[in-house]
Design a protein around this ligand. Structure first.
Ligand code: PGA
Ligand code: ZN
Length: 422
């Protein structure tokens, strides 16, 4: 049972405040968790509460912290952490809004995560083993950021994330080593081509200051080649984060001075998939462009079409996406949903309908590693947490390396990606 609730204001990897929470149980066991925060946030996400005003340039979360300590404490104290679904429901009901915006989704999620962690600690069992998913637990396939643009790199180029996926790796441990090699080769090539590899973006990737999106794509392909991998061993994933590029119905590529209609834009992207070993594309058009999403998914059946801002880890949007086939995979961000239970429902719904799931960190994240355990326990089979450096990223990779080294969990492998089965 929860005996004491204590939230405080911590810092995330961007140096902005975030909500941290420790729940102390009657048996003395503690559960502690820190909440992440995005930069390229979608309109349909659960809503964080920020203080505004002077402190931390308005990004303070003292109001959300107060909501946990003064309001949610009364809601959850006395409850059993074994009933996380009940705790999440009580918190949701107390907030009273769909997007948890009255007291803040950051306040609500802090309780949900800390309760999940406290439950595992109380049971003296690893966090992942307290979660259930539609599929058996497994070590997920990593999707690793190598080069960054968009909102994570001062808009060096338009596409937000250029990632490597070690599709030929026999294990997670091997895959991470391979991807680290690709990053090192890309850093070397970026220096040669007039970029500057000392610039690191929000998720630990290289800030890709080159002339065009395709120049970055070509650099990544060359880096993969220089690292000694073929297309069947190391593939490419893109997070376009196109919501950030939409202006009056067009896709604006500011980096290369172009303004494209959605059809023309999809032609361009389809061309990339022919020239480069691209296996996954996230948010290819604006978040509310259901028609464009459907068209892209139909056109690229062998590519995993992943909805991030498009679905916002929102069950209603995911259901509509399943009906309309506006994607074939769901990016799952726990703080878009606002609670572990809500995110879990999305995982069940997606996998039940034959969609794949990629559990994801945020660009503003923390040293906390609960995300890795969630991905394993849910059997989500893919995970995306940024690059192979910066501690808020490696905290998750290191947890997965630890879990794989113990030896009893299978690695998901390339089958984890939608569109990869023949
Ligand atoms: P965000 O970016 O955390 O800034 O939203 C991550 C992503 O778009 O996948
Ligand atoms: Zn995204």
């Amino acid at each position: 049972r929860i005996a004491r609730t204590h939230a405080w204001e911590a810092l995330d990897s961007r140096g902005r405040p975030t909500v941290a929470c420790t729940l102390t149980l009657a048996n003395g066991v503690e559960g502690r968790a820190v909440v992440p925060s995005g930069a390229s946030t979608g309109r349909h996400e659960a809503l964080e509460q920020r203080d505004g005003g002077e402190r931390y340039g308005g990004w303070g979360v003292s109001g959300a912290v107060r909501a946990v300590n003064e309001e949610y404490a009364r809601v959850v104290e006395g409850r059993s952490v074994a009933d996380r679904v009940g705790i999440d429901a009580a918190v949701e009901e107390h907030d009273g809004t769909d997007n948890l915006g009255r007291l803040g989704s950051n306040a609500a999620l802090a309780i949900s995560l800390a309760a999940t962690v406290a439950h595992a600690a109380s049971e003296r069992t690893p966090l992942w083993s307290t979660l259930t998913g539609p599929r058996p637990a497994s070590i997920p396939m990593p999707m690793v950021n190598i080069l960054s643009g968009g909102a994570h790199a001062g808009r060096a180029v338009d596409v937000q994330d250029f990632l490597a996926v070690p599709v030929g790796a026999a294990s997670f441990t091997e895959g991470i080593e391979q991807v680290a090699r690709v990053r090192a080769e890309c850093a070397r090539l970026l220096d040669q081509r007039g970029g500057w590899s000392a610039l690191v973006a929000d998720e630990g990737g290289l800030a890709a200051k080159l002339d065009s999106n395709e120049a970055v794509l070509a650099l990544l392909a060359d880096g993969i080649d220089a690292a000694g991998f073929g297309a069947d061993e190391m593939a490419i994933a893109l997070d376009i984060a196109a919501t950030q590029l939409v202006e009056g119905g067009a896709i604006v590529l500011a980096g290369q001075g172009e303004r494209l209609g959605v059809a023309e834009w999809l032609d361009l992207v389809a061309g990339w998939t022919e020239r480069y070993p691209i296996v996954s594309i996230e948010d290819v058009v604006g978040e509310d462009d259901w028609e464009g999403s459907r068209a892209a998914t139909a056109r690229l059946p062998h590519v995993q079409m992943l909805g991030d801002d498009h679905f916002a880890t929102n069950l209603d949007r995911v259901r509509r996406g399943i009906d309309e086939r506006s994607a074939n995979a769901v990016l799952v961000k726990v703080n878009q949903a606002g609670s572990v239970s809500r995110a879990e429902r999305v995982v069940f719904e997606a996998i039940g309908a034959g969609f794949e799931t990629v559990v994801s960190a945020r660009s503003g994240d923390t040293e906390d590693s609960w995300l890795a355990d969630l991905a394993v326990g849910w059997g989500a089979r893919q995970i995306k947490v940024g690059s192979t450096m910066r501690s808020e990223r490696t905290a998750k990779w290191n947890r997965l390396l630890e879990l794989e080294s113990v030896g009893d969990l299978p690695f998901a492998g390339r089958e984890a990606l939608a569109g990869q089965r023949s």
